[in-house]
Write a protein that binds this ligand. Structure first.
Ligand code: PLP
Length: 303
């Protein structure tokens, strides 16, 4: 299936053009790269008669929320292996406080809450074998949904008309989305990734998934690390929404967009560059982040 999403050009007081691919508008709950990553995986699971989708994530995971909704639509049971066994002690309380898990539960997902130490084994064969024994009819999707079928789906993010852009920018978590984009970008284009996590391990991860070399990670815009949402970022996202009427998410696309505009203001891009930023969705996570910001008495994100 090829879904062509609209590019929205925003006006900027600089001599470059910036368009945003609105993948966030694909589906209200399975938005952006989640849709791309799940499409071929769901087709595979159906074709091979799996009855259950099982996957992994933190308590605010966009992938957990999207898998629950997709499972509900395509008639799969869904199991979420969630990081943090403390969350399973009082499930009603956890669901009352956590919109992501509440939405997943409302779409039929069942949870297995595990300790952070055990969660670290999520890719190990012995742990996966144990899960296969417990859930014999489950198709297992890795954390963040990144596998070869997910990358194949992400190869459909760019459409042929996008080959006229000089730069393609996207947020990076596990590296699956950018790998699909790199695979379809023209060699004359530069793909710039903005990691949401601190640390340089992602370059090596992505190198394992792609052959091309016309890409680079811009490591300066993680804002302190994964899920860190400082005031400067919130302020930027609210201003961006006010000016362009586009809501960004605080974990991925907000940081990427801050980075792009900062680089533009520092003349990183040559004059007249045509830049395409991918809005990979993730807006479901805003309410959870806002609850945390509220608790700290900080400014919240406008939705
Ligand atoms: C909204 C959003 N954008 C970007 C990403 C990064 O994608 P990937 O993990 O494929 O690098 C994620 C995480 O999966 C995400 O939820």
């Amino acid at each position: 299936m090829i879904e062509v999403t609209q590019n929205q050009t925003i006006s900027l007081p600089y001599n470059v053009s910036l368009s945003i691919k609105r993948e966030d508008l694909i589906h209200p709950h399975i938005s952006g790269n989640k849709y791309r990553k799940l499409t071929y995986n769901i087709a595979f699971a159906k074709a091979n008669n799996y009855k259950t989708l099982l996957t992994f994530g933190g308590a605010y995971s966009n992938h957990i929320a999207a898998t629950a909704v997709a499972g509900n639509i395509y008639d799969f049971h869904t199991i979420g292996i969630i990081r943090g066994d403390e969350l399973g002690v009082d499930l009603d309380k956890t669901l009352a406080e956590n919109k992501t898990l509440q939405q997943a539960a409302n779409h039929g997902m069942k949870f297995k809450f595990i300790s952070r130490a055990l969660y670290k084994q999520k890719d190990e064969v012995s742990f996966l074998n144990m899960l296969k024994e417990e859930y014999p009819d489950a198709y297992i999707l890795p954390e963040g949904g990144t596998n070869s079928l997910a990358i194949k789906g992400c190869e459909e993010i760019l459409s042929p008309s996008d080959l006229s852009f000089d730069y393609i920018c996207c947020a990076v978590g596990t590296g699956g989305t950018i790998s699909g984009i790199i695979n379809t970008a023209a060699t004359s284009q530069k793909v710039l990734g903005f990691p949401a996590l601190k640390g340089d391990f992602l370059t090596a991860e992505i190198q394992k998934l792609v052959h091309a070399s016309n890409w680079e990670l811009e490591q300066r815009y993680h804002f302190g690390g994964y899920a860190k949402v400082p005031e400067t970022l919130v302020h930027f996202m609210n201003e961006f929404k006010n000016t362009h009427q586009i809501v960004l998410d605080p974990i991925y696309t907000g940081k990427m967009m801050y980075g792009i505009l900062d680089l533009i203001s520092k003349d990183f891009f040559p004059q007249n560059s045509r830049i395409l930023a991918i809005h990979t969705g993730g807006l479901q996570g805003i309410e959870g982040v806002n609850k945390k910001l509220q608790k700290k008495g900080s400014q919240t994100i406008d939705i």
